[in-house]
Design a protein around this ligand. Sequence first.
Ligand SMILES: [Zn+2]
Length: 273
Amino acid sequence: MVTDGIAQKRFEELRRIFTAGKASHAYLFLGSVNQENEDGIQGLAQILLCQAEGEKPCGTCRACRLLTGGSHPDFRVIAPEGGKIKLEEIRQLCYDAVLNPYLSPCKVYLFKRFETLTEVAANAFLKTLEEPPPAVYFLALAEQELGVLPTIRSRMQRVQLGGVLLQHGFGAAEGTDLQVSDLSALWRQAQKLSSQDREQVDLFLQGLQTQLRTKLMTAIQAGTAPVGLMRGIAAVQQSRAYTAANVNLRLLLEDLLLTLFDELGEMNSPNNN
Ligand SMILES: [Zn+2]
C-alpha cells in the first residue's frame, strides 16, 4: 500500500481545524478501512469529545479515558452487518442524535464502510444530515466514493485520504507509457506553490492544462479517445475555478493531483487498452 503520508498530512491539518473549534458537522473520508485511518478519525472524535478546558485531546479526562476504553456513551460506531448498513441502524441513530449528550459537549457517530449504506437507509439519514442537531458530528469512512449517494455526498466535507487512489494509480501506471515521474515532479512543485499566492497557483494550473491539452490533441490525432485524460483536463479546469474562491490551496492541489494520478493511471491500465 502506497499512502505517501497523505492520510497523515490530512489528519494533521484536520486536527488543527478541530482543535480550533471549526469542525464541520459531517465528513466523508475516502480511504481504506485500515488502522491508520481508523485511528486518525477516532483521534478527531476525541478532540470533539474531550472535556478539558485547555489543549485537546488531553488523554486524561473521563471522556478521553472512556473513548480509549471503547465505552464512551456519546460515541457510536456504525459498521455494516451482513455487508450492509441497514435502515434499522439509521433509524436508531436519528432517534438518538436528537437526545442531549450524556457526558461530552457533543455526540460523535463514526461510520465504517459508509458506502454500504442501503439506499433506503441513506434516504432516512438524509434529513438528519440536512438539519443536524447542533452538537452532533458524523465522521464517515468510505472506500468507494461512488457507492455513496450524491445527495448524501454533497452534504458532507470530502476528505481524500489517498491510500486507495494512490495504490490504484501507481499500480496501474507502473511500466506503462505514463510518466509518473513527471506527475511526482508536479506534485513537489505544487507543494512548494501552494504556500504562494492564488495567482501563482492559477498560473501553475494554466500550464498544466496546456500540457494536458497538448497530450490530448496528440492522442486524438493518433485515433484514440483517452477518457481519463479528458476527465483530468476537466478536473484542472474545475480547480482553476476554485482557486478564485477562499479554499485551502494545498488541499485543492493535492486533490487535483490525486485525481490526475487516478485518471491517467487508469487510462494506461491494460483493461482500457
Ligand atoms: Zn480529554
